[in-house]
Design a protein around this ligand. Structure first.
Ligand SMILES: C[S@@+](CC[C@H](N)C(=O)[O-])C[C@H]1O[C@@H](n2cnc3c(N)ncnc32)[C@H](O)[C@@H]1O
Length: 219
C-alpha cells in the first residue's frame, strides 16, 4: 500500500487529549525496558526524546533510571501542555525538561546528548532524512539511539484489522488516528534503506506485528 501522509503535528486539543488518554502501557513499557537492556551503561546520562507527545515515555524512563536527565521535545503546544501536567503529576520536574520545538530546527548544540530516542515520530514526517540527520547531529560520538515506529501494513484491510485488534475499545477519534498513522508509516525495508544512506551503524528489526525498532550507536 502507498504511503499517505497524516498531519505532521498533533496540535489539535481533542486529538492530543485522545492520544494522551489512550492505553499505550505495554508498548511504552517495552520501549523503556529496551532502552535499559540495550544501553546498560547509560544510566546517568543525558537523553533527548524527539516528538515526546504527552511524555509517557520520558516519565517511565525517569522513574526506571532516576539518574537520567531527560529532555523531552515536541512542537505541539497542546502536547507540551499535557506533557507538563504529566511530569508535574509524577513529581519529575527535576529529571525531565520539556521543550517546545520543531524538527529540524531544534535549539540544541550538536553532540549534546548521550542518547537520542523517539517513539512514533518518524511516520509524521514527510522527509525522513530530516529526522536521521537530527539524530546524528544531536548525539555525541557513540551515543545510543533507540527509535521505534509502526510498520506500514500491506493493505488497508490489514491496517483495519490491526486497529480492531489493538485499539478496538478506544474512541473513534483514536481509532481513526491509528489507522492514518499505519498508512503514513514506513516499512522496515524503507527504514533500512534510509539507514544505509545516512546511518549504516544502526540496525532496523521488526519486533512485533506492527512495530520496528532501530537501535545502535552513532559513529
Ligand atoms: C504519535 S505522537 C508520539 C508521542 C510519543 N513519542 C509517544 O510515544 O507516545 C508524535 C508526536 O510527534 C510530534 N511531532 C510531529 N512532528 C514533529 C516535529 N517536526 N517536531 C517536533 N515534534 C513533532 C507530534 O506533535 C506528536 O506529539
Amino acid at each position: 500500500m502507498e504511503r499517505i501522509l497524516e498531519p505532521e503535528l498533533m496540535d489539535d486539543e481533542q486529538h492530543a487529549l485522545a492520544y494522551a488518554q489512550a492505553d499505550f502501557v505495554e508498548v511504552n513499557r517495552g520501549f523503556v525496558d529496551r532502552f535499559r537492556t540495550t544501553f546498560p551503561d547509560l544510566t546517568r546520562s543525558r537523553v533527548v526524546d524527539l516528538g515526546c507527545g504527552p511524555a509517557d515515555v520520558p516519565v517511565r524512563l525517569a522513574r526506571l533510571l532516576p539518574a537520567l536527565g531527560v529532555t523531552a521535545v515536541d512542537a505541539s503546544a497542546a502536547m507540551v501542555r499535557l506533557a507538563r501536567e504529566a511530569v508535574q503529576r509524577a513529581g519529575l520536574g527535576a529529571s525531565i525538561r520539556l521543550v517546545r520545538a520543531r524538527l529540524p530546527a531544534l535549539p540544541f548544540a550538536s553532540s549534546t546528548f548521550d542518547a537520542v530516542i523517539a517513539n512514533s515520530l518518524l511516520h509524521h514526517l514527510a522527509e525522513p532524512g530530516v529526522f536521521w540527520h537530527e539524530v546524528q547531529r544531536l548525539g555525541r560520538p557513540r551515543a545510543g539511539v533507540l527509535v521505534m515506529d509502526l510498520c506500514r501494513p500491506a493493505s488497508p484491510s490489514h491496517a483495519r484489522d490491526l486497529v480492531e485488534t489493538y485499539a478496538g475499545g478506544e474512541s473513534p477519534l483514536l481509532k481513526r488516528d491509528f489507522y492514518n498513522s499505519l498508512r503514513a508509516a514506513f516499512t522496515p525495508a524503507e527504514v533500512a534503506r534510509q539507514l544505509a544512506r545516512q546511518l549504516p551503524q544502526l540496525t532496523c528489526r521488526v519486533v512485533s506485528d506492527r512495530h520496528w525498532v532501530v537501535s545502535g550507536r552513532l559513529p
